[in-house]
Design a protein around this ligand. Structure first.
Ligand code: 44T
Length: 842
């Protein structure tokens, strides 16, 4: 019995209200009825308001109305979303969560909206909460896995598993603290590790700041678990916003930070340190030392040396420029300039990235060094004038002798981080480090051993930029145009695309110069796709088989008088994501009207130009999104009489995962096909292999039972472990193969009844070892004979791998039972040793 006497007023009031308010009861029941009626009439907005009223007035209806309320909320917010009423949408969720604060379905769908709006941190928080409330909720799990990579980037695992790096940082901090640095600020604390090192070394006051909300919360958890919550003050802010005494009471004697990326300056270390020297640190030690130098400040790392090197790499080349002149029997010479978003541009532009990253030791196909490594820059983090002068520093020219003949594709950059006078870390490609190098793709040119390459190093916007500007050959200076793909008269490079050269020469003779300056930006993976001739040839071949079949059928119908349609065109729809030539390839087969779903104007123009130059009639290529208002209408056919002959679906993401909602799209597409029509692909077969790979483990979770530098960190950061590793290069993955390739799963896009969600696969181990992961990829069958593999070396796809929670020990000859599950588009695999094996059972 509740003790009503303890809270007399509240008890009385509640009782009185319930008993004595018939008008209220009336209102509740009539509102409930109205809500249900509105729901029935699909008037979700009004239904939602009625439900809010009912549940606020009569919370006892919450259990009864929960399902309908969720449904209403879902429908109403979908409507608000489609008309762009974003604030109203989030207000609805807030009201819903006030009523149902622990409802995992509402939390998860609010997370989905937040994610779509680009609020990843907040979205992740919602998925995380939903998952904590119901750990077996697959929707929230899938969503959480999708954002976990963004939230807690995978290098956190690498970093914490890099014992060499951890120890070096710890020793440098310990030395500094013991030599008198008593007050410490850790900028970009991540999991809190460097701050904890300082505290453990005996620093009196330790502060830490972290701008990511997820990492800040994680750092608080970690510091708490290590019993330091009272002794390290963690701030959720960017160091640039910190002030003394508002955020920290006094200036500190030591700043520790590892806010460096592969290009050293990409995390803003220059700006952070300039600000720290002006506002957060004690003044630097003067040289020569004045008599009392106790109240001085310093930084760990003390500085860095940046190295560069020119290299040839086909893998980098095919991701950054067009290397072919013909694709799927179409000439692409007239495409105009196609640029990757990463190019060495003399005038920095927001849409361009200065560099990309690559772990050179693992680049597929390897690389060839064309020069020796050279020092591009040295920087002293303890010298504020030097830090400040970096951006205004003059462009530096470096002349490097070419050591090997080869095609110049990129300049690679790495660095040594000098923690103090004695100790440094290196991110070089040859070292045994896990770090990536920064890659600056450059204008292609064939270099010869007697050449000298002139490289320009600049530091505009505190971003390091490297650019190859000229080659000295036989006493002549050959200027390299910084615009990739721009043709340079007199350039002796073997041009893979002479027709393109003619076209651009012709274009530059035109009076309208705007066209020549114009370029179309393609993602690196779109570039690689465009360079993939096999892929396009396969589609062309499959269409060449399908089209005559359908035409013959059509003609039969016409002869028998069945057809009501006068035109004999076939309709083909390409719903690939991003830039795709497939519609044009379809249209080039003749008797086809093809629809492309490409949205970007520039990309549409490229396709139209190519249609013209390949003599495809203009009216045979259309842009589908110019005909429909929203994406829900995307798969609707163009006119009522016509059905699609073929629909091309993009089924695998570049990262190696099946696209979300692929099977839903396929079933919708099937309904829209004419008799005998086809979905491309018709079928996808997932293949995989058992491997032992420590590399994959190191990138997935903090390994081992031992504490990290004596701190308890692993259980916290490992909450962000994701069982599927993406963007993997299987061809260069360091691993021991423990089985042959095995078929894991089949997805039939043409027949929904043929699909299942669970499958058991038995595979025999070919060697002894520990199965730690199962890399997987796809054979994409366009029809029964023609297929493309996402493992092929010229593919634009990477692979993915399931990393097992617990490694499984196997002996050669053992049978391993894999339980493969596909939930929506997420695959999971568990592995067990088969007790009573037998190939007959397979
Ligand atoms: N670097 C490893 C990893 N942050 C760190 O939010 C090191 C990579 C690495 N917080 C080559 C070599 C190495 N104020 O959580 C992030 C980020 C945060 C800040 C507050 C600021 N001004 C910042 C700036 C960044 O700091 C954390 C770490 S930065 C990311 C890189 C051998 N490649």
């Amino acid at each position: 019995m509740p003790n009503t006497s303890a809270r007399p007023k509240h008890g009385r009031r509640t009782r009185r209200r319930r008993r004595e308010d018939p008008a209220r009861n009336e209102l509740v029941s009539s509102s409930l009825e109205s809500a249900q009626q509105c729901l029935f009439n699909q008037d979700y907005g009004t239904a939602f308001v009625h439900y809010l009223l009912v549940l606020n007035l009569a919370p006892m209806f919450k259990d009864f109305a929960r399902e309908s309320f969720r449904f209403t909320l879902n429908k109403w917010t979908e409507e608000l979303d489609s008309v762009g009423r974003i604030q109203d949408l989030f207000d609805c969720y807030e009201q819903a969560l006030e009523l149902f604060p622990a409802d995992e379905v509402i939390l998860n769908s609010m997370g989905e909206h937040l994610f779509r709006m680009g609020f990843r941190d907040e979205a992740a928080g919602h998925f995380h909460k939903a998952l904590k409330l119901r750990p077996d909720y697959p929707e929230a799990r899938e969503n959480f896995y999708r954002v976990a990579n963004w939230l807690v980037e995978r290098w956190h695992f690498l970093m914490l598993n890099d014992h060499g790096r951890n120890r070096k940082y710890q020793q440098a901090i310990q030395k500094a603290v013991q030599s008198g640095c008593n007050t410490v600020l850790d900028i970009g604390t991540g999991t809190g590790i460097l701050g904890m090192c300082a505290k453990k070394a005996g620093a009196a006051d330790v502060y830490a700041c972290e701008l990511s909300k997820t990492m800040y919360e994680l750092a608080c958890e970690v510091v708490n678990a290590n019993g330091m919550d009272g002794s390290i003050k963690i701030l959720h802010m960017k160091s640039l916003e910190m002030e003394v005494p508002k955020d920290i009471p006094h200036r500190v004697s030591l700043v520790v930070t590892e806010t460096v990326d592969a290009g050293l300056f990409g995390e803003g270390i220059i700006e952070s340190l300039v600000h720290a020297w002006h506002h957060l640190l004690l003044p630097p030690q003067q040289v020569p030392l004045p008599p009392s130098s106790s109240a001085t400040g310093r930084v760990i790392p003390a500085g860095a040396t940046v190295f560069g090197m020119a290299l040839e790499s086909i893998e980098i080349r095919r991701h950054h420029r067009i290397c072919v002149s013909e694709v799927g029997n179409l000439s692409i010479a007239a495409a105009g300039e196609l640029r990757s978003p990463v190019s060495c541009s003399p005038e920095p532009d927001d849409s361009m990235e200065p560099y990309t990253t690559e772990r050179l030791s693992r680049v597929p196909g390897g690389y060839k060094a064309l020069t020796e490594p050279f020092t591009a820059l040295s920087i002293d983090f303890n010298n504020v004038q030097e830090l400040e002068g970096l951006s205004s520093r003059e462009v530096q020219q470096i002349r490097m002798p070419v050591t090997q003949e080869g095609e110049l594709d990129a300049l690679a950059v790495w660095f040594q981080l000098h923690l103090d006078e004695e100790s440094s870390l290196s991110t070089g490609p040859q070292e045994d480090t896990c770090w990536e190098q920064a890659i600056y793709p450059v204008h292609s040119f064939v270099l010869k051993p007697q050449d000298e390459l002139i490289v320009e190093v600049s530091c505009i916007d505190a971003f390091l930029r490297l650019c190859s500007v000229a080659v000295l050959r036989d006493g002549h200076e050959i200027h390299l145009d910084n615009r990739p793909d721009a043709q340079n008269p007199g350039n002796p490079v073997s041009n893979p695309n002479p027709e393109a050269e003619l076209c651009s020469a012709l274009a530059s003779l035109q009076t309208d110069q705007t066209q020549t300056k114009d370029f179309c930006m393609l993602e690196c993976s779109e570039m690689a796709l465009l360079n993939n001739q096999d892929y396009h040839q396969s589609f062309s071949g499959a269409l060449a088989k399908l089209i005559p079949q359908l035409r013959a059928k059509c003609q039969d119908k016409e002869r028998s008088g069945d057809s009501t349609d006068a035109s004999d065109l076939l309709y083909v729809l390409d719903v690939s994501e991003g830039f795709s030539l497939l519609s044009l390839i379809a249209a080039s087969h003749g008797h086809v009207k093809a629809y492309s779903s490409m949205e970007k104007k520039k990309q549409q123009e490229v396709l139209k130009r190519l249609a013209r130059s390949n003599n495809v009639p203009e009216q045979h290529l259309e842009f589908w999104l110019n005909h429909t208002e929203d994406e829900h209408g995307m798969l609707k056919r163009p006119s009522r009489e016509k059905l699609w002959s073929a629909i091309m679906l993009d089924c695998v993401e570049t990262c190696g995962l099946i696209r979300q909602k692929l099977m839903e799209k396929a079933s919708l597409a099937r309904c829209l096909l004419e008799d005998g029509g086809s979905i491309f692909p018709a079928k996808i077969v997932v293949h995989g292999i058992l491997v032992e790979s420590d590399t994959l483990l190191l990138e997935s979770a903090v390994q081992g039972q031992e504490a990290t530098l004596g701190f308890n960190i692993a259980p916290f950061i490992n909450q962000f472990t994701v069982p599927v590793h993406v963007f993997l290069d299987f061809s260069t993955l360091e691993c021991k193969r423990l089985s042959e390739f095995v078929e894991l799963f089949v997805l039939d896009l043409m027949d929904s009844t043929a699909n299942y969600t669970d499958r058991e696969v038995k595979v025999q181990a070919t060697s002894a070892g520990r199965i730690t992961a199962i890399p997987f990829w796809y054979h994409i069958y366009l029809d029964q004979e023609i297929s493309v593999s996402t493992l092929s070396q010229n593919s634009h796809w990477k692979q993915a791998a399931v990393v097992l929670q617990q490694p499984v020990e196997v002996q050669a000859g053992d049978w391993v039972r894999l339980a493969v599950k596909l939930h929506k588009s997420a695959m999971s695999i568990t592995a067990h040793i088969e007790k009573s094996p037998g190939p007959m059972e397979q």
